[in-house]
Design a protein around this ligand. Sequence first.
Ligand SMILES: [Zn+2]
Length: 393
Amino acid sequence: MRIAAVVVLSPFISRGFTRHVFYISTRRGLACDNCSQIFGIQVLKGRHFIYVFHVFKLSFTLKIFPQTCQRRKNSLILCCKSIVKTMIKNIFSAGLPVDEQLLIQKNSIRGNHEGKRLCVVTGTHGDELEGQYVCYLLTEFLQRNTDKISGIVDIYPALNPLGIDSITRGFPGFDLDMNRIFPGSENKSLSDSAAFSIIEDIKGADFAIDIHASNIFLRELPQARINVNTAENLVSYAEMLNIDLVWIHPAATVLESTLAHSLNSLGVKTIVVEMGVGMRITTSYGERLFHGILNLMKNIGMFSGDVNCEITKPMIVEGDGVEFVNAEKSGVFLPDKNYGEKLHKGDVIGRIVSPLTGDTLSIAKASESGLLMTIRAYPIVYEGSLLARIIKN
Ligand SMILES: [Zn+2]
């Protein structure tokens, strides 16, 4: 018997898709009678799953209970316990000069139960890649575990895709830092319109995590950076993220144009996470934050599974609790300590040397006892360059 149509009936499908009919077209795959879109289909017999892949990146995973399936004439009626739906959406697109497209995309993962909405965003700075691994771990895990999710997790791996493509921190061609143009505005420059679309898309979410990776110059312990004005709202949630510290910053006007400030002003509880180093992925930190995000989701009722990780409780550090160590000379910095190490006052953190003369130009020492939270990763330094940050005991 040739099957001409697959009828999917499910009381659990969200967004009103209570009856979804896919007509089999021999040449083109499946056509949905609801939206007329064409699907490809792959039936994995032994597991009673049918995966339907959409050509426009809408994907369904159908969990089929074979005993409820009926064959009628030339159609197959599938009764689904649940339909898991993840959808890759374009939240902004614009034409580029040579017929390429700038696309900012998200993967929207909908749990099987109603609940809150969490947005995980990264890639605002194109040279910060630590968030790419976290997005991968989350997407891979959540898509397999939608039965344990309540609500929606929206994952935005690349808010500045041109920057990531070209290893550029800012928005290439515009010479600007994308995290200084929020909330953006409609129908202005490309970068302003992109920022506007990002805010419009995230607006209404309950939580957002904005993952940064320091820069190419510094290595950082996993930390949340929170403005003092939003600390009361955010610190208790940041503590769930399995990070080493929560750094509460004093209010600063420059922060007003950041994504986090814009979102917090709109009522989206947004936590900025900094960790690792630019242009690299520190897998152990990515895994920690992945478990931290699951832990946050569990605590706010979005995840019912096990976190399978002992969650680190972070130190809370206020503005003057952090000591900065700056370079006294220009030269090549050779670190003696690694981040995360405990320091005593006077300990040597590293040396600045001259490759030309063979001299040691300066010895950087800990001005206070404490924990080394930041260490210079990029060796070339100028007088005044940041070498280290110490959390004072
Ligand atoms: Zn950044």
